[in-house]
Design a protein around this ligand. Structure first.
Ligand code: XMP
Length: 319
Protein backbone atom coordinates (compact mmCIF):
# COMPACT_ATOMS: atom_id res chain seq x y z
CA UNK A 1 0.00 0.00 0.00
CA UNK A 2 1.24 3.49 -0.91
CA UNK A 3 1.79 5.79 2.04
CA UNK A 4 3.69 9.04 2.36
CA UNK A 5 6.16 7.79 5.03
CA UNK A 6 6.91 4.81 2.80
CA UNK A 7 7.37 7.10 -0.19
CA UNK A 8 9.81 9.25 1.79
CA UNK A 9 11.89 6.18 2.74
CA UNK A 10 12.09 5.13 -0.88
CA UNK A 11 12.88 8.60 -2.17
CA UNK A 12 15.61 9.03 0.46
CA UNK A 13 17.16 5.67 -0.44
CA UNK A 14 17.05 6.52 -4.12
CA UNK A 15 18.68 9.94 -3.64
CA UNK A 16 21.45 8.42 -1.50
CA UNK A 17 22.13 5.81 -4.13
CA UNK A 18 22.22 8.39 -6.94
CA UNK A 19 24.37 10.97 -5.17
CA UNK A 20 26.75 8.74 -3.21
CA UNK A 21 29.13 10.96 -1.28
CA UNK A 22 29.08 13.84 -3.78
CA UNK A 23 28.00 17.39 -3.04
CA UNK A 24 24.75 18.97 -4.17
CA UNK A 25 23.66 22.57 -4.65
CA UNK A 26 20.07 23.74 -4.87
CA UNK A 27 18.56 27.11 -5.77
CA UNK A 28 16.14 27.79 -2.94
CA UNK A 29 13.53 30.41 -3.83
CA UNK A 30 11.16 30.02 -0.91
CA UNK A 31 8.49 28.71 -3.29
CA UNK A 32 6.76 25.39 -2.62
CA UNK A 33 8.74 23.21 -5.03
CA UNK A 34 12.26 24.27 -4.16
CA UNK A 35 11.35 24.28 -0.46
CA UNK A 36 10.06 20.71 -0.53
CA UNK A 37 13.04 19.60 -2.62
CA UNK A 38 15.37 21.19 -0.03
CA UNK A 39 13.59 19.48 2.87
CA UNK A 40 13.71 16.10 1.13
CA UNK A 41 17.38 16.44 0.22
CA UNK A 42 18.18 17.58 3.73
CA UNK A 43 16.58 14.38 5.03
CA UNK A 44 18.47 12.25 2.51
CA UNK A 45 21.95 13.77 2.24
CA UNK A 46 21.84 16.82 4.54
CA UNK A 47 25.59 17.09 5.13
CA UNK A 48 26.28 17.20 1.37
CA UNK A 49 23.65 19.84 0.57
CA UNK A 50 24.16 23.58 0.13
CA UNK A 51 21.22 25.77 -0.85
CA UNK A 52 21.71 29.09 -2.60
CA UNK A 53 19.09 31.68 -1.74
CA UNK A 54 19.23 34.85 -3.82
CA UNK A 55 17.57 38.00 -2.52
CA UNK A 56 16.86 40.01 -5.69
CA UNK A 57 15.32 42.94 -3.82
CA UNK A 58 11.92 41.96 -5.24
CA UNK A 59 10.81 39.57 -2.51
CA UNK A 60 7.85 39.97 -0.18
CA UNK A 61 8.04 41.57 3.27
CA UNK A 62 10.44 39.66 5.56
CA UNK A 63 10.66 36.82 3.06
CA UNK A 64 14.44 36.42 3.21
CA UNK A 65 14.36 36.33 7.02
CA UNK A 66 11.56 33.75 6.98
CA UNK A 67 13.33 31.48 4.52
CA UNK A 68 16.55 31.67 6.52
CA UNK A 69 14.79 31.03 9.81
CA UNK A 70 12.89 28.04 8.43
CA UNK A 71 15.70 26.34 6.54
CA UNK A 72 18.93 27.41 8.22
CA UNK A 73 17.28 27.76 11.63
CA UNK A 74 14.64 25.06 12.06
CA UNK A 75 15.78 22.43 9.57
CA UNK A 76 19.52 22.95 9.91
CA UNK A 77 20.04 23.29 6.15
CA UNK A 78 23.26 24.94 4.94
CA UNK A 79 22.01 28.04 3.14
CA UNK A 80 24.18 30.50 1.27
CA UNK A 81 22.14 33.72 1.52
CA UNK A 82 23.17 36.14 -1.22
CA UNK A 83 21.84 39.66 -0.96
CA UNK A 84 22.01 40.82 -4.57
CA UNK A 85 19.21 43.36 -4.26
CA UNK A 86 21.35 46.38 -5.12
CA UNK A 87 22.70 44.70 -8.22
CA UNK A 88 19.24 43.72 -9.46
CA UNK A 89 17.79 47.16 -8.77
CA UNK A 90 20.65 48.95 -10.49
CA UNK A 91 20.33 46.71 -13.56
CA UNK A 92 16.60 47.48 -13.63
CA UNK A 93 17.01 51.25 -13.34
CA UNK A 94 15.45 53.07 -16.28
CA UNK A 95 13.82 49.91 -17.73
CA UNK A 96 10.04 49.90 -17.98
CA UNK A 97 9.19 47.28 -20.61
CA UNK A 98 7.77 44.16 -18.90
CA UNK A 99 9.60 41.62 -21.03
CA UNK A 100 12.87 43.54 -20.80
CA UNK A 101 12.49 43.54 -17.00
CA UNK A 102 11.86 39.77 -16.97
CA UNK A 103 14.96 39.18 -19.10
CA UNK A 104 17.16 41.29 -16.84
CA UNK A 105 15.90 39.58 -13.69
CA UNK A 106 16.38 36.13 -15.25
CA UNK A 107 19.85 36.98 -16.51
CA UNK A 108 21.00 38.48 -13.20
CA UNK A 109 19.75 35.43 -11.34
CA UNK A 110 21.87 33.19 -13.56
CA UNK A 111 24.93 35.44 -13.02
CA UNK A 112 24.56 35.48 -9.26
CA UNK A 113 23.85 31.77 -9.05
CA UNK A 114 26.78 30.93 -11.29
CA UNK A 115 29.18 33.07 -9.21
CA UNK A 116 28.06 31.32 -6.07
CA UNK A 117 28.22 27.88 -7.64
CA UNK A 118 31.80 28.55 -8.76
CA UNK A 119 32.74 29.05 -5.15
CA UNK A 120 31.71 25.45 -4.52
CA UNK A 121 34.05 23.55 -6.81
CA UNK A 122 33.28 20.23 -5.14
CA UNK A 123 29.62 20.33 -6.09
CA UNK A 124 28.74 17.67 -8.64
CA UNK A 125 24.96 17.97 -8.64
CA UNK A 126 22.47 20.74 -9.30
CA UNK A 127 19.18 19.90 -7.63
CA UNK A 128 15.95 21.45 -8.89
CA UNK A 129 12.37 21.37 -7.70
CA UNK A 130 11.04 20.28 -11.10
CA UNK A 131 7.65 18.61 -10.69
CA UNK A 132 5.75 16.34 -13.06
CA UNK A 133 3.65 19.08 -14.72
CA UNK A 134 6.92 20.96 -15.52
CA UNK A 135 8.28 17.81 -17.17
CA UNK A 136 5.22 17.51 -19.39
CA UNK A 137 5.22 21.22 -20.14
CA UNK A 138 8.83 21.33 -21.29
CA UNK A 139 8.30 18.20 -23.40
CA UNK A 140 5.61 20.13 -25.25
CA UNK A 141 7.45 23.44 -25.26
CA UNK A 142 8.26 23.41 -28.99
CA UNK A 143 4.63 23.83 -29.85
CA UNK A 144 3.84 25.90 -26.78
CA UNK A 145 6.55 28.50 -27.46
CA UNK A 146 4.54 30.20 -30.16
CA UNK A 147 1.72 30.75 -27.70
CA UNK A 148 3.81 32.08 -24.83
CA UNK A 149 2.47 35.43 -23.74
CA UNK A 150 5.00 36.08 -21.00
CA UNK A 151 8.48 34.66 -20.78
CA UNK A 152 8.83 32.84 -17.49
CA UNK A 153 12.15 32.76 -15.72
CA UNK A 154 12.41 30.25 -13.01
CA UNK A 155 15.40 28.55 -11.45
CA UNK A 156 15.01 26.09 -14.33
CA UNK A 157 16.89 28.31 -16.75
CA UNK A 158 20.39 27.62 -15.44
CA UNK A 159 22.99 27.03 -18.12
CA UNK A 160 24.78 23.77 -18.88
CA UNK A 161 28.08 25.62 -18.41
CA UNK A 162 27.81 24.81 -14.72
CA UNK A 163 28.73 21.24 -15.73
CA UNK A 164 26.64 19.75 -12.99
CA UNK A 165 24.50 16.64 -13.07
CA UNK A 166 20.82 17.33 -12.67
CA UNK A 167 19.00 16.00 -9.62
CA UNK A 168 15.21 16.30 -9.72
CA UNK A 169 13.77 14.47 -6.72
CA UNK A 170 10.19 15.70 -7.30
CA UNK A 171 9.88 14.98 -11.00
CA UNK A 172 7.31 12.19 -10.56
CA UNK A 173 4.99 14.19 -8.32
CA UNK A 174 1.95 16.34 -8.94
CA UNK A 175 1.57 19.61 -7.04
CA UNK A 176 -0.78 18.23 -4.38
CA UNK A 177 1.61 15.32 -3.76
CA UNK A 178 4.49 17.77 -3.41
CA UNK A 179 2.48 19.67 -0.80
CA UNK A 180 1.65 16.48 1.10
CA UNK A 181 5.31 15.50 1.02
CA UNK A 182 6.27 18.93 2.34
CA UNK A 183 3.93 18.62 5.30
CA UNK A 184 5.17 15.07 6.00
CA UNK A 185 8.74 16.41 6.01
CA UNK A 186 7.80 18.96 8.64
CA UNK A 187 7.36 22.13 6.61
CA UNK A 188 4.62 24.43 7.95
CA UNK A 189 1.27 24.24 6.17
CA UNK A 190 1.25 28.01 5.48
CA UNK A 191 4.46 27.61 3.52
CA UNK A 192 3.37 24.51 1.62
CA UNK A 193 -0.06 25.90 0.70
CA UNK A 194 1.17 29.37 -0.19
CA UNK A 195 -0.14 31.06 -3.34
CA UNK A 196 2.25 30.98 -6.29
CA UNK A 197 4.70 33.87 -6.57
CA UNK A 198 6.31 34.69 -9.92
CA UNK A 199 10.05 34.25 -10.39
CA UNK A 200 10.54 37.97 -11.20
CA UNK A 201 8.70 38.73 -7.98
CA UNK A 202 7.62 42.30 -7.33
CA UNK A 203 9.46 43.23 -10.52
CA UNK A 204 6.30 42.48 -12.49
CA UNK A 205 3.98 43.92 -9.83
CA UNK A 206 5.52 47.38 -9.99
CA UNK A 207 4.26 48.68 -13.31
CA UNK A 208 6.94 50.24 -15.45
CA UNK A 209 10.24 51.23 -13.91
CA UNK A 210 11.19 49.41 -10.71
CA UNK A 211 12.48 51.55 -7.86
CA UNK A 212 13.39 50.60 -4.32
CA UNK A 213 10.96 53.18 -2.95
CA UNK A 214 8.11 51.51 -4.86
CA UNK A 215 9.16 48.01 -3.82
CA UNK A 216 9.24 49.05 -0.16
CA UNK A 217 5.73 50.55 -0.30
CA UNK A 218 4.38 47.57 -2.24
CA UNK A 219 5.84 45.04 0.21
CA UNK A 220 4.06 46.68 3.11
CA UNK A 221 0.73 47.04 1.31
CA UNK A 222 0.89 43.43 0.10
CA UNK A 223 1.63 42.14 3.60
CA UNK A 224 -1.50 43.92 4.91
CA UNK A 225 -3.69 42.43 2.18
CA UNK A 226 -2.38 38.90 2.77
CA UNK A 227 -2.69 39.34 6.51
CA UNK A 228 -6.37 40.28 6.23
CA UNK A 229 -7.07 37.48 3.74
CA UNK A 230 -5.65 34.97 6.19
CA UNK A 231 -7.47 36.48 9.16
CA UNK A 232 -10.81 36.36 7.34
CA UNK A 233 -10.38 32.82 5.96
CA UNK A 234 -10.26 34.09 2.37
CA UNK A 235 -6.64 33.19 1.69
CA UNK A 236 -7.44 29.53 1.09
CA UNK A 237 -10.54 30.39 -0.93
CA UNK A 238 -8.49 32.34 -3.46
CA UNK A 239 -5.87 30.87 -5.77
CA UNK A 240 -3.67 33.91 -5.87
CA UNK A 241 -3.88 37.36 -4.30
CA UNK A 242 -1.48 40.28 -4.23
CA UNK A 243 -1.10 44.04 -4.50
CA UNK A 244 0.10 45.85 -7.63
CA UNK A 245 1.95 49.16 -7.47
CA UNK A 246 0.76 51.76 -9.98
CA UNK A 247 3.23 54.58 -10.66
CA UNK A 248 0.40 57.08 -10.66
CA UNK A 249 -0.33 59.80 -8.11
CA UNK A 250 -3.79 60.93 -7.18
CA UNK A 251 -5.16 63.59 -4.91
CA UNK A 252 -6.53 62.78 -1.49
CA UNK A 253 -7.43 64.51 1.72
CA UNK A 254 -6.15 63.70 5.17
CA UNK A 255 -7.12 65.80 8.18
CA UNK A 256 -6.91 69.40 7.02
CA UNK A 257 -4.44 68.66 4.32
CA UNK A 258 -4.35 67.68 0.70
CA UNK A 259 -2.30 64.63 -0.24
CA UNK A 260 -0.87 63.67 -3.60
CA UNK A 261 0.28 60.07 -3.38
CA UNK A 262 0.53 56.66 -5.04
CA UNK A 263 -2.24 54.26 -6.03
CA UNK A 264 -2.21 50.49 -5.51
CA UNK A 265 -4.53 47.83 -6.90
CA UNK A 266 -5.65 44.68 -5.10
CA UNK A 267 -5.81 41.55 -7.25
CA UNK A 268 -7.41 38.29 -6.05
CA UNK A 269 -8.41 35.45 -8.34
CA UNK A 270 -9.96 32.01 -8.30
CA UNK A 271 -8.68 29.53 -10.84
CA UNK A 272 -8.08 25.83 -11.40
CA UNK A 273 -5.15 26.00 -13.79
CA UNK A 274 -4.08 29.68 -13.98
CA UNK A 275 -4.88 29.64 -17.72
CA UNK A 276 -8.26 31.22 -17.06
CA UNK A 277 -9.33 32.95 -13.87
CA UNK A 278 -12.23 34.80 -12.25
CA UNK A 279 -11.70 37.77 -9.97
CA UNK A 280 -12.61 36.80 -6.43
CA UNK A 281 -15.83 38.22 -5.03
CA UNK A 282 -14.29 39.36 -1.77
CA UNK A 283 -16.74 40.82 0.76
CA UNK A 284 -16.98 44.60 0.65
CA UNK A 285 -16.27 44.79 4.37
CA UNK A 286 -12.99 42.96 3.83
CA UNK A 287 -12.01 45.25 0.96
CA UNK A 288 -12.86 48.25 3.12
CA UNK A 289 -10.69 46.99 5.96
CA UNK A 290 -7.73 46.31 3.67
CA UNK A 291 -8.08 49.70 2.01
CA UNK A 292 -8.27 51.54 5.34
CA UNK A 293 -5.30 49.72 6.75
CA UNK A 294 -3.13 50.29 3.68
CA UNK A 295 -3.95 54.00 3.50
CA UNK A 296 -3.52 54.53 7.25
CA UNK A 297 -0.43 52.40 7.71
CA UNK A 298 1.53 52.94 4.51
CA UNK A 299 2.50 56.60 4.25
CA UNK A 300 2.79 57.39 0.54
CA UNK A 301 -0.29 55.48 -0.64
CA UNK A 302 -3.61 57.33 -0.54
CA UNK A 303 -5.81 55.28 -2.86
CA UNK A 304 -6.64 51.59 -3.23
CA UNK A 305 -8.61 50.07 -6.12
CA UNK A 306 -9.87 46.52 -6.73
CA UNK A 307 -9.20 44.74 -10.01
CA UNK A 308 -12.42 43.23 -11.44
CA UNK A 309 -10.94 41.80 -14.64
CA UNK A 310 -11.15 38.15 -15.64
CA UNK A 311 -8.51 36.15 -17.48
CA UNK A 312 -8.92 36.34 -20.40
CA UNK A 313 -8.82 39.07 -21.48
CA UNK A 314 -6.68 40.35 -18.59
CA UNK A 315 -3.81 38.24 -17.25
CA UNK A 316 -3.46 37.49 -13.56
CA UNK A 317 -0.33 39.61 -13.14
CA UNK A 318 -0.49 43.12 -14.56
CA UNK A 319 2.73 42.69 -16.54
P1 XMP B 1 -0.53 35.44 -15.95
O1 XMP B 1 -0.16 36.80 -15.45
O2 XMP B 1 0.19 35.09 -17.24
O3 XMP B 1 0.04 34.44 -14.86
O4 XMP B 1 -2.00 35.22 -16.03
C1 XMP B 1 -0.29 33.07 -14.77
C2 XMP B 1 0.50 32.52 -13.58
O5 XMP B 1 1.89 32.56 -13.87
C3 XMP B 1 2.57 33.37 -12.93
N1 XMP B 1 3.59 34.15 -13.64
C4 XMP B 1 4.89 33.90 -13.59
N2 XMP B 1 5.59 32.95 -12.91
N3 XMP B 1 7.59 33.81 -13.82
C5 XMP B 1 6.94 32.93 -13.03
O6 XMP B 1 7.59 32.10 -12.41
C6 XMP B 1 6.97 34.79 -14.52
O7 XMP B 1 7.60 35.56 -15.24
C7 XMP B 1 5.54 34.82 -14.40
N4 XMP B 1 4.58 35.61 -14.95
C8 XMP B 1 3.39 35.18 -14.47
C9 XMP B 1 1.50 34.25 -12.30
O8 XMP B 1 1.89 34.68 -11.00
C10 XMP B 1 0.31 33.32 -12.30
O9 XMP B 1 0.36 32.42 -11.20
Amino acid sequence: EWTMPHYIDEAVAHIREQVGDEEVILGLSGGVDSSVAAALLQRAIGAQLTCIFVDNGLLRLNEAEQVMEMFAGNLGVKVDHVDASEKFLSELAGVSDPEAKRKIIGREFVHVFQDEAERMPNAKWLAQGTIYPDVIESAGSKTKKAHTIKSHHNVGGLPDTLHLKLLEPLRDLFKDEVRELGVALGLPREMVYRHPFPGPGLGVRILGEVKKEYADLLRRADAIFIDELRASGWYDKTSQAFVVFLPVKSVGVMGDGRTYEWVVALRAVETQDFMTAHWAELPHALLAKVSNRIINEVRGINRVVYDVSGKPPATIEWE
